[in-house]
Design a protein around this ligand. Structure first.
Ligand code: CTP
Ligand code: MG
Length: 389
């Protein structure tokens, strides 16, 4: 797609965060283990309708951005200005100089928790308007006053304005370029309106509140503690059946005339489960964590692999909600061992047995499993991981 057809997210993160205190500008501070800037970049880059992300940062902050994003790719960074307005303008000029865009969503890094449906509502609204912004109703009474209460203000038709603010790119670029730079604008919608463009209101979200003061960080931490996203992963594995080796399946030793061959104890069921968990974490697979070329895993009990996957979930602050396993073989019969496997897997994963499904099927004597040449296993894992996405 040519640049001019793209939807670009422009994140302004060049402020100093003076009101929030802290040792570093607030966009680099962490909430629930993740920097604000990373939440925002993730929210945009994981949205199917956003083609590119541009970050506006202050001079000399390239390394801070890299550290704050961790293992994420660093988006294009542009150096901002002395005010938010100047930073937005620098970002828009950069986009214009590098091929333009169809639509741009201008967003504060200081609003890190950006639900996908807000992006969706904004882009939908832009189908029939030049600008669209998210707003929330005002619930508190509004009044004039410094030390003594003055008149209250009629709340009818008053809204609280959030970001991202979405615009037709050319319209907002021109609006910024023609805006009197001496005048302060606290958001971009004002600049668009001054240039004569309509700005439509869509529903905002309480999660999008800006983090401005120290107390906002405490509140954000508490809110996030209750936010989990559900992830699902799948795993599949096959091992060959050979004579005269012990058969380990689902963490249980099963008396049988054949066993599975492989580098470890070849417990195909635990391998599929381990991969399902790594899949839900998006952390590679069993081979990348335990390379078959590494001699230390020769003959290893596969329970070790499953324990490692379990520990990775814990390290990410997550929980295993449920796993489900299907073992595919003609023999041995799995039924008599099903309960033992369920209990063993639950024990290893430190979850209740009613969160572990163990099933088996034959393939009606068809294929390699039907001929008894090997055993296959499929698994699925459901995790709850902290965070909005
Ligand atoms: N911002 C910017 N360039 C500036 C000033 C602000 O890119 N010169 C960005 C901030 O990084 C923030 C957003 O604009 O993401 C909203 O501004 P604000 O909440 O005021 O952040 P700060 O200016 O960093 O904080 P403070 O005003 O407390 O210093
Ligand atoms: Mg500011």
């Amino acid at each position: 797609m040519r640049n001019g057809k793209r939807n670009i997210a422009l994140i302004v993160a060049a402020g100093r965060g003076e009101r929030s205190g802290g040792d570093v500008p607030k966009q680099f501070r962490k909430v629930a283990g993740k920097s604000l800037i990373r939440y925002v970049v993730e929210a945009f880059s994981s949205h199917a309708r956003i083609d590119d992300v541009i970050l506006v940062i202050a001079e000399g902050q390239g390394d801070d951005v890299k550290a704050a994003l961790g293992d994420m790719p660093v988006p294009t960074c542009v150096i901002g200005g002395a005010t938010r307005q100047a930073s937005v303008r620098a970002g828009l000029n950069h986009i214009a100089a590098t091929g333009g865009a169809a639509k741009v969503l201008i967003h504060d890094a200081a609003r890190p928790f950006l639900p996908h449906d807000v992006i969706e509502r904004l882009l939908d609204a832009l189908e029939h308007s030049t600008g669209a912004i998210p707003v929330l109703p005002v619930v508190d009474t509004l009044a004039h006053g410094e030390t003594i209460l003055g008149d209250s203000v009629d709340r009818t038709g008053i809204v609280r304005v959030q970001t991202p603010q979405a615009f037709d790119f050319k319209a907002i670029l021109t609006a910024h370029q023609t805006w009197n730079e001496g005048l302060d604008a606290s958001d971009d919608a004002q600049i668009a309106r001054a240039a004569g463009h309509d700005v439509i209101l869509v529903g905002g979200d309480v999660m999008l509140e800006k983090l401005t003061y120290p107390a906002d960080f405490i509140l954000a931490e508490q809110r996030l503690a209750d936010q989990y996203s559900i992830r699902t992963g799948m795993g599949y594995d096959v091992h060959r059946l050979v004579a005269d080796v012990p058969l380990w399946l689902g963490g249980v030793h099963i008396p049988h005339d054949k066993g599975l061959s492989g580098h470890s104890d070849a417990d195909v069921a635990l391998h599929a489960l381990t991969d399902a968990i790594f899949g839900a974490l998006a952390e590679g697979d069993i081979g990348s964590h335990f390379p078959p070329s590494d001699p230390q895993w020769r003959g290893a009990a596969s329970v070790i692999f499953l324990e490692h996957a379990r520990d990775r979930v814990a390290a990410r602050g997550g929980r295993i909600i449920h796993v489900d396993l299907t073992i595919i073989c003609e023999a041995p019969k799995i039924g008599p061992h099903r309960d033992a496997m369920q209990i063993r897997i639950a024990e290893v994963l430190r979850i209740a047995p009613d969160r572990v499904g163990v099933k088996a099927t034959t393939t009606e004597r068809l294929g390699f499993t039907g001929r008894g040449e090997g055993i296959a296993a499929q698994a699925i894992a459901t995790l709850a991981l902290p965070g909005l996405f």
